[in-house]
Design a protein around this ligand. Structure first.
Ligand SMILES: Nc1nc2c(ncn2[C@@H]2O[C@H](COP(=O)(O)OP(=O)(O)OP(=O)(O)O)[C@@H](O)[C@H]2O)c(=O)[nH]1
Ligand SMILES: [Mg+2]
Ligand SMILES: [Zn+2]
Length: 297
């Protein structure tokens, strides 16, 4: 029998929903040995066939490019990291931690400044511009949007064409509001990030919502704190700051802290690498450099 390819678009407890290459949305059922061997997650590409009952019998899971843990979703192409300058206040350290984690997972990030409708004063606008320049310099795409007014949304949608995306970022920045804007789907309030009385997130399953031209996006609950160092070996963290790769230090295993002939530190001194990013790097390693206060005003 010829197998059909499908994308798992929903996974909640035992419920699996797939979208087949023929654009049919069906309930998926893992078959035979697959059932015991491996779990099927949202974002998985699977092979199977449509049964007489109209179910999609899953025979095989295709090899995954990655599998994120929170939310549990496979084959993520891009993280839409939503942040704000105001309400809540911008936390660059949190953003930098997320960027490092996604670099490690092979997920491309796009930094989306939401709530730009709230930026009224010159000072607020300059603050946005300052951070925008910093992340663009590293090489990340930076977009300015407002889920409230709709500004910048079309550009974001076009930008994500054909990709599996996940919303990420701190609590209250407008991830769910933005998701509604780009997909046209109103999430029931608190559907995904509803907190239990203990203040923890209930896991309600993961849903990929289609939008634009062949793109999918999953919402996720906000983070109040994310630490790259709890997920990644401290010695490896330097490898996930893309701007460091432009420099060759004297020692191949240079940690860019106190080593002689460190070109990365030299680049910070010359202003080629933004102090803010380098400070985040040191903070992730629980380190501090006295000289930094002289170079970074
Ligand atoms: N002014 C303004 N308010 C916004 C915008 N986007 C979202 N909000 C408001 O910000 C608040 C938080 O929005 P949510 O979409 O729930 O934020 P979230 O990131 O999903 O938050 P968590 O699910 O807790 O992580 C809501 O009151 C929204 O109405 C925007 O572009 N401008
Ligand atoms: Mg939300
Ligand atoms: Zn170095």
């Amino acid at each position: 029998m010829e197998l059909i390819k499908a994308l798992v678009i929903e996974r909640e407890a035992q419920l699996i929903r797939v979208l087949t290459e023929n654009r049919e949305e069906l309930r998926g059922v893992p078959r035979g040995k697959l059932k015991k061997q491996e779990k099927v997650w949202a974002g998985d590409w699977v092979l199977g066939f449509v049964t007489e009952d109209g179910l999609f019998a899953i025979e095989k899971i295709e090899e995954r490019k990655n599998l994120l843990i929170r939310p549990k979703i496979a084959n993520v192409d891009r993280a839409i990291i939503v942040v704000t300058i105001k309400d809540p206040e911008f936390q660059n350290f949190l953003l930098d931690n997320l960027l490092v984690i996604y670099e490690k997972e092979g997920v491309e990030s796009v930094v989306v400044f939401n709530k730009i409708d709230l930026l009224i004063t010159q000072e607020e606008k300059e603050e946005l511009l300052k951070w925008k320049r910093i992340y663009e310099k590293v090489g990340y795409p930076v977009l300015e949007v407002s889920a409230l007014t709709g500004e910048g949304i079309e550009k974001l949608v076009n930008y994500l064409e054909g990709q599996i995306c996940v919303m990420a970022g701190p609590s209250g920045v407008g991830k769910s509001a933005l998701l509604s804007r780009i997909t046209g789907v109103e999430l029931k309030s608190g559907e995904i990030s509803k907190k239990t009385r203990r203040g923890r997130h209930t896991s309600r399953g993961v849903k990929l919502i289609p939008f634009g031209k062949g793109s999918f996006v999953a919402d996720s609950p906000g983070f109040s704190k994310v630490e790259a160092k709890s997920l990644i070996d401290k010695k490896e963290i330097k490898d996930f700051f893309p701007e460091f790769k432009n420099y060759t230090c004297k020692f191949a295993n240079c940690m860019h802290i106190k080593e002689i002939g460190c070109e990365v530190k030299e680049a910070v001194k010359k202003g080629e690498i933004p102090c803010e990013r380098y400070k985040s790097y040191l903070k992730m390693l629980d380190t501090y450099l006295e000289e930094l206060s002289e170079w970074c005003k």
